[in-house]
Design a protein around this ligand. Structure first.
Ligand code: PLP
Length: 448
């Protein structure tokens, strides 16, 4: 039952919001927003006065928590000085941010194109890869999400693409999909999945412009690849004349305990896309960063892409201040250290709860996959359940944790555990206690 069945529980704001706003990825009947009126550290505060520890960082994006004063000040100052000019002009925050991104991204990544969402960052990456290679296909993987618009959703294997029939948005041609390194739930082991991709590229006749992957898959189940997977994938892509495009929209900016997950896995992608943590989500900003060589190509070739808000000064000012905050507060190191602590705590939770099939992930990008049958690895939630609007066991686990005061995002049979990078061991303890209580629900629903 959703909250509108109990109408009096909505306050004026929530009621107005429901009446005049279209909610995302949902039948509007199920759009059930709770008003947030305040934030403190890694917590959000509801209009009812409930303080909720955010162990999801919303959509894995508020990596700085909610008190990053430096970012708030930078945005306010920039709005007063130069609130906006079109991308044909230069501003100090854009120049500084671009240089900074060249420094913290791996390999020879150098030049950045700005947009305002992870979706657009990927769409831009496709265009650049196609223009640069002269080929047109994009190879991605089934367990992936790359964005909501035509090409980025067509490149996604996510149930959100499957739910969207051709009457709403026909799929963009040239998007091919391969298997994932998902040892727990796939019939192929990660090595076989890599060999399969190699063969696909051959069979596609080397017509693929870019191989697009989330280095450590996020909303499709927090899938951790073997350590050597990404460099091997890079080699395979290059052998077939394709670029490696790493979608670091979720994994970028310290989440895995490195600035980028590509670095964690010793890969040097040709293109990295990013958003979310780039400003700690204090401003909508996304980026597509390409190697020096690709940048050079566009000296004499048209880069046929642009947006009114590309390189928006206020958003870039937030990006610069966010990176300074990650650096000065040692948040990347904290993600690594807290990640180790969180990992140990989740492993012990998995030992106590038979419905936890597997813990996965690195740094503060972790998750637990649930199962109704330990031996058979039977999921509680099929991928297709995500779009039905029906309440799943995973939803119930999430709701129970929320009652205990901790917010976790659940997706595709996985409880995603991705807190802000600012957390302490006490926060981990608090979250584990809530999860401990919530997992009693899934334990009780296991097959006898
Ligand atoms: C890996 C990945 N890529 C792309 C996107 C799309 O980003 P946005 O929602 O900012 O368009 C997301 C969003 O969750 C994501 O997780």
């Amino acid at each position: 039952m959703s909250r509108q069945d109990e109408a009096p529980r909505y306050n004026d704001v929530e009621r107005t919001d429901r009446e005049y706003t279209l909610g995302t990825w949902t039948r509007q009947r199920d759009f059930d927003p709770t008003q947030i009126v305040d934030t403190e550290g890694p917590r959000i505060v509801t209009a009812d006065g409930d303080s909720v520890l955010d162990f999801s960082s919303q959509y894995v994006c508020t990596s700085l928590g909610y008190d990053a004063e430096r970012v708030a000040d930078a945005v306010a100052e920039q709005i007063r000085e130069v609130p906006y000019v079109n991308p044909g002009w230069s501003t100090e925050p854009r120049a500084t941010l671009s240089k900074k991104l060249a420094e913290i991204t791996p390999g020879s990544l150098k030049k950045t194109f700005y947009s305002t969402s992870g979706t657009e960052a990927n769409e831009v990456a496709f265009k650049i890869a196609r223009a640069y290679t002269g080929k047109h296909k994009i190879l991605s993987r089934y367990r992936s999400y790359h964005g909501a618009t035509a090409a980025s959703l067509s490149a996604s294997g996510d149930p959100r693409r499957v739910a969207q029939g051709p009457e709403i948005q026909p799929e963009v041609p040239g998007m091919v999909k391969g298997p994932d390194p998902y040892a727990y739930g796939s019939t192929l082991d990660p090595d076989e999945s890599l060999a399969y991709i190699d063969e696909m590229l051959t069979l596609e006749g080397d017509t693929v412009a870019g191989v697009l992957v989330e280095p450590l898959v996020g909303s499709n189940g927090v899938l951790t690849p073997p350590d050597d997977y990404l460099p091997r994938l890079q080699e395979i892509a290059h052998d077939h004349g394709a670029l490696l495009i790493c979608d670091e929209v979720m994994t970028g900016f310290g989440r895995t305990g490195e600035w980028f997950a590509s670095t964690l896995y010793d890969a040097e992608p040709d293109i990295i896309t990013m958003a979310k943590g780039l400003t700690g989500s204090y401003q909508p900003l996304a980026a597509t960063t390409v190697t020096e060589e690709i940048g050079e190509y566009f000296e004499d070739n048209l880069l046929n892409q642009g947006h009114t808000f590309s390189g928006h000064p206020t958003a870039c000012a937030a990006g610069v201040a966010a990176i300074e905050t990650y650096e000065q507060e040692n948040l990347v190191e904290n993600a690594r250290e807290m990640g180790e602590y969180l990992k140990a705590e989740l492993e012990s939770l998995a030992d106590r709860h038979p419905s936890v099939g597997e813990r996965r992930g690195v740094g503060l990008h972790q998750g637990i996959e649930l199962t109704r049958s330990e031996d058979e690895r039977v999921p509680f939630e099929e991928r297709s359940d995500k779009m039905t609007g029906e309440t799943t066991v995973l939803d119930e686990v999430g709701a129970r944790a929320l009652e205990e005061g901790v917010y976790f995002y659940t997706s595709v049979n996985t409880v995603v555990v991705t807190p802000p990078l600012t957390i302490t061991e006490d926060h981990v303890d608090e979250a584990i206690e809530a999860l401990d209580a919530a997992l009693e629900i899934s334990d009780a629903k296991m097959e006898a």
